[in-house]
Design a protein around this ligand. Structure first.
Ligand SMILES: *[C@@H]1O[C@H](CO)[C@@H](O)[C@H](O)[C@H]1NC(C)=O
Ligand SMILES: *[C@@H]1O[C@H](CO)[C@@H](O)[C@H](O)[C@H]1NC(C)=O
Ligand SMILES: *[C@@H]1O[C@H](CO)[C@@H](O)[C@H](O)[C@H]1NC(C)=O
Ligand SMILES: *[C@@H]1O[C@H](CO)[C@@H](O)[C@H](O)[C@H]1NC(C)=O
Ligand SMILES: *[C@@H]1O[C@H](CO)[C@@H](O)[C@H](O)[C@H]1NC(C)=O
Ligand SMILES: *[C@@H]1O[C@H](CO)[C@@H](O)[C@H](O)[C@H]1NC(C)=O
Ligand SMILES: *[C@@H]1O[C@H](CO)[C@@H](O)[C@H](O)[C@H]1NC(C)=O
Ligand SMILES: *[C@@H]1O[C@H](CO)[C@@H](O)[C@H](O)[C@H]1NC(C)=O
Length: 281
């Protein structure tokens, strides 16, 4: 339900998808010219091979295309920047892959997008992800990543999308993430995150959607969230939160606040009716 009718989310997605498609097409056109001459950057190639090595199950045999008969820019799920032949995106969503993410993912320093959603990735998200200073899109949803959200992700300051919902992440949302001021979408729901909702999320002025539901969050909803003027959607269901919801939150936001204490919900002014509906749902 939450993923439908997300106008701006779709715009961002289609921008990235277009990027994927355009790059894919231009790679195809150039591959003939490339085949025997310039192969891409060697450290990118080694990092990709290391990624492949960590895949333990690949029922669709996706990774077999990752072999030395072709330039890695032509490997399934890989797109490159055509001007410098560095890996630009890694898109292997919904391929039934099982494995873990090696620290050498951080060697792919030109990456702007990673989409590994809907696979069986487990283990921790490596701290080395922080070396990806150009990363704008990270979608690791629907996997089994455990451990903590890496603090070093704070250096991925270009991130617009951080989608790590539906994993097994534990550990509170690290304060270091307060530096991700360009975030448009923060989806961390359906994990086991304890702790409180960080007040500094109120500094993310481009934030359009925040999903925090179905974690172990406690405490109050920080009043700073009331500063998020671009916010369109917000979910908190199935946590253990209390306190007032910022009055600036609009009726249209389709708040999903189940799990809040009923008495507190009455402090919502003009939004009361909608909230009670959401609460009762
Ligand atoms: C990532 O994969 C998911 C699942 O297929 C898809 O919904 C999403 O649009 C993809 N995003 C990008 C940028 O490729
Ligand atoms: C990744 O980069 C580090 C540091 O430059 C290097 O030591 C390591 O061997 C690289 N890993 C791979 C798999 O290429
Ligand atoms: C190597 O990859 C190409 C596609 O990139 C594929 O056609 C070929 O079958 C692969 N070779 C092996 C031995 O899997
Ligand atoms: C591709 O690489 C060039 C040269 O390093 C860089 O200027 C450009 O921004 C890159 N493009 C993307 C989409 O990252
Ligand atoms: C991440 O992938 C899931 C599919 O697994 C998709 O539903 C969702 O829209 C993606 N998130 C973003 C922000 O692109
Ligand atoms: C994490 O970030 C710190 C500070 O920038 C850095 O010193 C350290 O090498 C990073 N760790 C990894 C594993 O990249
Ligand atoms: C949030 O923004 C305020 C100013 O708007 C600033 O004083 C504060 O340091 C910021 N907090 C964090 C954690 O970045
Ligand atoms: C909910 O949070 C309150 C404190 O805010 C705490 O006393 C209570 O034990 C928590 N309940 C659960 C089920 O965690």
């Amino acid at each position: 339900m939450k993923h439908s009718s997300m106008h701006d989310g779709r715009q961002i997605l289609s921008k990235f998808l277009l990027g994927f498609i355009l790059l894919y097409m231009s790679n195809g056109l150039e591959s003939a010219a490339l085949s025997s001459s310039t192969f891409g950057n060697e450290s990118d190639r080694l990092a990709l091979l290391d990624f492949k090595k960590m895949i333990t199950e690949d029922p669709q045999n996706i990774m077999s295309s990752w072999n030395d008969s072709t330039d890695f820019c032509g490997w399934r799920g890989v797109t490159c920047n055509n001007s410098n032949k560095r890996v630009l995106t890694l898109k292997l969503n919904s391929q039934n892959l099982v494995g873990s993410l090696p620290p050498s993912i951080g060697n792919l320093t030109y990456l702007t997008g990673i989409n590994l959603t809907s696979n069986g990735f487990h283990g921790e998200i490596p701290q080395e992800i922080g070396r990806l200073r150009s990363l704008e899109y990270l979608n690791l949803s629907y996997n089994s990543f455990g451990g903590k959200i890496p603090t070093n992700m704070s250096t991925c300051t270009q991130l617009k999308v951080l989608s790590i919902y539906s994993n097994k992440l534990t550990g509170s949302i690290p304060d270091q993430l307060s530096l991700l001021l360009n975030l448009n979408h923060l989806w961390v729901d359906y994990n086991s995150l304890p702790g409180t909702i960080p007040y500094w999320v109120g500094n993310f002025s481009y934030l359009k959607t925040v999903y925090l539901g179905s974690n172990n969050l406690q405490g109050i909803i920080p009043k700073e969230l009331g500063r998020l003027t671009s916010l369109e959607r917000f979910s908190l269901q199935a946590n253990n939160l209390s306190g007032r919801v910022p009055v600036s939150f609009h009726l249209e936001m389709l708040l999903d606040l189940r799990g809040l204490m009923c008495s507190e919900i009455l402090s919502l002014g003009h939004s009361t009716v909608k909230i009670l509906e959401a609460y009762g749902a």
